[in-house]
Design a protein around this ligand. Sequence first.
Ligand code: HEM
Ligand code: HEM
Length: 232
Amino acid sequence: MTSYIWTAPTRIFHWLLAVGFTVAFILGDFDNLSNLHFAFGAFVGVLIFFRILFGLFGPIYSTFKDFPIGLKSQREFIHSFFSKGKIFAGHNPAASVIMLGIFFVGIICSVSGYFLYANENNVLNIGINEDSLEELHEITANLFLILVAIHLLGILAETLFHKKTGTLKSIFTGYKNIESKNAKLNGFHKIFLVLWLIIPFYVSYLAYGLPVNPKEQENKIENNENYDYDDD
Ligand code: HEM
Ligand code: HEM
């Protein structure tokens, strides 16, 4: 018996987010590719913004009210993880906390990145100094990475201990090997998916075109070269 848990918008979001975050994170260290970094970083931020909206009015299992984050659920989950106890059809309680963490940290990382860019290039100053913005951006980017690592360990544990549930394949096919209500998209969800597919790419394109002060760019590249040189 199988049940449809993750509808297309959730699965497409998942894989776009995984690729977007990985590329944005790696590009963060390449000063000469800063516009490409802005493009992938903005893409991640807008993708997550749409996922948060989907969490408010999406289909069953994808809405936040189906994220069992309460203490009682966490206790139940820990006690039943190694036995054939309660089955959570959508995200289990620990996964729900990690997912919400990814959404929260991801949005702050992306927005702080924009303000950092705007401050460095004298486009906009929101009254937070550049060092604090840089620190916030770096800390949230690293926190995001830590949450992804925990997420992957969680999937590994789930695959080892609850192999029959088919959680891993569910993010590709949408189906888990459990008996539960099937998720279903309505007309509004389908229109929403189209916007979700268009707007992040469009904002990413706009971010790619953000003007960078050539002096600022030169300074950064020079500073990094000096740093590498000092290291040798
Ligand atoms: C969730 C999406 C994002 C991730 C994961 C991310 C990650 C990173 C990382 C890892 C760094 C290198 C930090 C360091 O070691 O110094 C960095 C730097 C930077 N990011 Fe992002 N970023 C994101 C979004 C953005 C966005 C949307 C913008 C601007 C539109 C942006 C602007 C910058 C700038 C200006 C720096 C350079 C800081 C400096 O060296 O002065 N980032 N980012
Ligand atoms: C940077 C990489 C990744 C990020 C940022 C990420 C993030 C997420 C997020 C936010 C969700 C929740 C989806 C939603 O409710 O909208 C999720 C679910 C999921 N992810 Fe990932 N993921 C990443 C990589 C991977 C990889 C490489 C795999 C598989 C090998 C994977 C397997 C899964 C599975 C199976 C679920 C569903 C879990 C469940 O049923 O509770 N993820 N991921």
